[in-house]
Design a protein around this ligand. Structure first.
Ligand code: GDP
Ligand code: MN
Length: 385
């Protein structure tokens, strides 16, 4: 789960990591104006979306008066922020209003798991503020890595050496080492899968603070963190994905127009490949799971059809524990609940496939006997529409 910047900073502050003073979140220009006033008349207005590169995209502005804050918030709120990371854009619903800090130097600091060494690694770079991938490409030696031993942790001298090797200002070394220690504790305690501070700012008054913060919590550890439940709410970038998550349906929205419903992740991936091979673009990944009952299938079909981009649906089921007749009943039930305006191609194989086919025969759904055949049918129907 990704946290928004304001949530990430709230979490970091609990572990003692210095963050800029903030006046909270605003969803209206008037709230933004009041927030800038509360900060003493100046404030940074920052778009809260899950993407880096907001600054370059126009999602971060420094307001020198409350009125300016109001104007900036008016521009940023509701805008489709197109960043390098998310070129199709994300609509900004919230802005964070923070104390403007006078930044002397911008560094890069992160902790992420390193799969090769099976350790968490601290990454430091003097070239902060910009995309770390760019730095890695252009100046690979400007990136310093320090592995964290899972049993021993890191020693202070190792941190000091890494900070020196990264060419961080010696005058700030003590504060930076302290900051990294606190970040490690925050990372471990919250079962994070990534913590990135870019930039870690040295201010003109000598403070070391997180000017930006990105945090991802390991989804598999969420059960240990009831305190993050509030962050999970409304944290889905996509309303349909949020809806699916409520029912424990594995659903990922994609850019295409062919809705895909299958059982099992492997079959779903293969079916998506077949759609592509037939010249189509999948609109989503949806795995109904094993042993799906009619009601669940109906829910899934509803979900896929709620995406306005979907111009046709391919249902591909291999019945093992899942019974094809149950799936067929679900599809029929869904088609009675909602008006279906797009073609639906169904391919059923395995347990009770024959019974399933009989149930579907009386409907206006199109059946197919092989996966390739089904993919070709739906793609040509979508193209013809
Ligand atoms: P990102 O573009 O999404 O990574 O957002 P950041 O929070 O990293 O902001 C981008 C850039 O805006 C930073 O690298 C800073 O140069 C600048 N910036 C952000 N907050 C402040 C601030 O409080 N004061 C000043 N002077 N610059 C800021
Ligand atoms: Mn940043």
């Amino acid at each position: 789960m990704k946290l928004h910047e304001y949530q990430a900073k709230e979490l970091l502050a609990r572990y003692g990591c210095a963050v800029p003073k903030n006046a909270g979140i605003a969803t209206t220009p008037a709230e933004a104006k009041a927030a800038v006033e509360a900060l003493g008349g100046r404030g940074v207005i920052k778009a809260q979306v899950h993407s880096g590169g907001r600054g370059k995209a126009g999602g971060i502005k420094v307001a020198k008066t409350p009125e300016e804050g109001e104007t900036y918030a008016d521009t940023i709120l509701g805008m489709l922020l197109k960043t390098v990371q998310v070129p199709e854009g994300i609509v900004v619903e919230k802005v964070l209003i923070e104390e403007p800090v006078s930044i002397e130097k911008e560094y890069y600091l992160s902790i992420v798991p390193d799969r090769n060494t099976r350790r968490n690694v601290i990454i430091l770079s003097e070239q902060g503020g910009m995309d770390i991938e760019e730095v890695a490409e252009a100046h690979p030696d400007a990136i310093i890595r320090l592995m964290i031993d899972p049993l021993e942790g890191v020693r202070d001298y190792e941190l000091r050496e890494a900070v020196a090797e990264a060419n961080f200002a010696p005058a700030s070394a003590n504060k930076i080492v302290t900051f990294i220690r606190q970040l490690i504790t925050a990372y471990n305690t919250s079962d994070a899968a990534m913590m990135e501070i870019n930039p870690l700012a040295i201010t003109s008054d000598g403070r070391v603070i997180a000017a930006d913060a990105k945090i991802e919590i390991d989804d598999a550890a969420m059960f240990r963190h009831p305190e993050f439940a509030a962050y999970a709410e409304g944290n889905h970038e996509d309303a349909l994905e949020a809806e699916a998550a409520k029912d424990d349906i594995a659903y990922v929205r994609l850019g295409g127009n062919v809705g895909v419903i299958c059982n099992g992740a492997g079959l779903t991936m293969t079916t998506m490949d077949e759609v592509k091979r037939a010249g189509g673009e999948p609109a989503n990944f949806l795995d109904v799971g094993g042993g799906a009952q009619a009601e669940r299938v109906a829910k899934c079909l509803n979900l896929v059809l709620s995406d306005p981009n979907v111009k046709g649906v391919l249902i591909n089921i291999f019945g093992g524990i899942t019974r094809c007749d149950e799936v067929a009943k679900g599809v029929i039930a869904a088609s009675q609940m909602i008006e279906i305006k797009v073609p639906i191609v169904v391919r059923l194989a395995g347990t009770n496939a024959k019974e399933g086919a009989e149930i579907l025969a009386s409907s206006n759904l199109i059946s197919a006997d092989t996966m390739q055949n089904a993919a070709e049918k739906i793609v040509s129907l979508v193209k013809a529409a």
